[in-house]
Design a protein around this ligand. Structure first.
Ligand SMILES: *[C@@H]1O[C@H](CO)[C@@H](O)[C@H](O)[C@H]1NC(C)=O
Ligand SMILES: *[C@@H]1O[C@H](CO)[C@@H](O)[C@H](O)[C@H]1NC(C)=O
Ligand SMILES: *[C@@H]1O[C@H](CO)[C@@H](O)[C@H](O)[C@H]1NC(C)=O
Length: 344
């Protein structure tokens, strides 16, 4: 009796894993998902998520007939989109990633990202390579889940107050390759998750001592290739977790006292191509984690004996291409300083 029951169970169990002879193991065919003309729609059967790709199609308008409720990502790079109608993202509650990289947007309707509660799930917004010259305050205010905002390569001139307000989860902000002349003091206040801020290749000539206030999580700050002519004491005082500070290709000639105060975790400091001529005894004070200083191209006229005192983790100091290596010229650096020099 027992044997028969077991045998029946064994046969049933086996038949369950055998492919059904009628369908040959294929899934039943589904209704094709309607997709915007010219776009490719990828639909995940399991999660029901919809990813739409419409790049490089010469579109002058954003696709408006994309099936919206399951839309998770929309990639419309390298088109010729000039404007976005205010209603375009009204019914896209699940949109997490939107790329409009390399289009011709010159203006974004303020209401687009504010009144629209539906974009509350957006995590990544790429607007790089457009023609945006102005960001309205509150433009990004509804985007409470946003983690990454890319505005590289636009025509921005001024970063005004309150533009980046209420972006508590933003981790990466890219503002490189614009024409930014001014960042107002406290422009980034409230961005408590920001880890990465890139302002490379702009036209900043001065930094206010409250420019970076409130960026308590910042790890990387890039300010290379601007026209910064000097640094005020304590400009970076709130950046206690900063690990990398790039200030190369600027016009800083003197490194004053306490300019890097508060940067307790700084590991890499890039200052090459500034024609630095002067540093003070307190310039690098407190940078107890500093491992690399690049002062390539500097031409010191005065350098206090103890300028590197306390930098116990320093393993690499770059002073090439400056007065030290210029032939037929007497080195300007005093020799007791040279005991610290290690070139890797
Ligand atoms: C877009 O326009 C360019 C230049 O007119 C053309 O060479 C290219 O084939 C067009 N691409 C599409 C997808 O229509
Ligand atoms: C600095 O920025 C300008 C444009 O602002 C660019 O043309 C130049 O190549 C950049 N230089 C470096 C060294 O990145
Ligand atoms: C220091 O700067 C010079 C000049 O820009 C560059 O060639 C070198 O690679 C830099 N070194 C480091 C360690 O970043």
């Amino acid at each position: 009796m027992h044997t028969i029951v077991l045998l029946v169970l064994w046969v049933l169990g086996t038949s369950l894993v055998l492919p059904d002879p009628d369908t040959g193991g294929e899934k039943p065919t589904e209704e094709p998902i309607p997709c915007s003309k010219g776009c490719t729609c990828l639909h995940d059967d399991y999660s029901l998520e919809l990813n739409v790709y419409c790049s490089a199609r010469n579109y002058t308008q954003a696709p408006s007939d994309v099936p919206s409720s399951q839309l998770v990502s929309l990639d419309s790079q390298r088109n010729c989109i000039r404007s976005l109608p205010g209603s375009i993202f009204q019914n896209t509650p699940n949109l997490a990633s939107l790329s409009l990289h390399n289009n011709q947007l010159s203006r974004i309707e303020e209401k687009l990202f504010t009144g629209f509660h539906d974009l509350h799930g957006l995590r990544e917004l790429v607007l790089a390579g457009n023609r945006l010259a102005y960001l309205q305050p509150q433009l990004f205010q509804g985007l409470t889940e946003l983690k990454e905002l890319d505005l590289t390569g636009n025509y921005l001139k001024v970063i005004k107050a309150n533009v980046f307000m209420k972006l508590p989860k933003l981790q990466k902000l890219y503002l490189a390759q614009n024409q930014i002349v001014t960042v107002v003091p406290r422009a980034f206040v409230g961005m408590k998750s920001l880890r990465w801020l890139d302002l490379t290749n702009n036209k900043l000539s001065a930094l206010h001592d409250e420019t970076f206030l409130g960026l308590h999580s910042l790890h990387v700050l890039r300010l290379s290739n601007n026209s910064i002519s000097g640094l005020r004491p304590r400009t970076f005082r709130d950046l206690q977790y900063l690990e990398e500070l790039r200030l190369s290709y600027n016009r800083i000639q003197a490194l004053g006292d306490r300019i890097f105060e508060g940067l307790r975790h700084l590991e890499v400091l890039e200052l090459e191509h500034n024609q630095v001529q002067e540093a003070r005894m307190g310039t690098f004070m407190g940078l107890s984690h500093l491992a690399v200083i690049n002062l390539s191209g500097s031409c010191f006229r005065s350098l206090p004996d103890q300028v590197l005192k306390g930098l116990s983790k320093l393993h690499s100091l770059h002073l090439d291409k400056g007065c030290l290596t210029r032939p037929n010229e007497k080195p300007v650096i005093c020799m007791n300083f040279a005991t610290y020099l290690v070139f890797y």
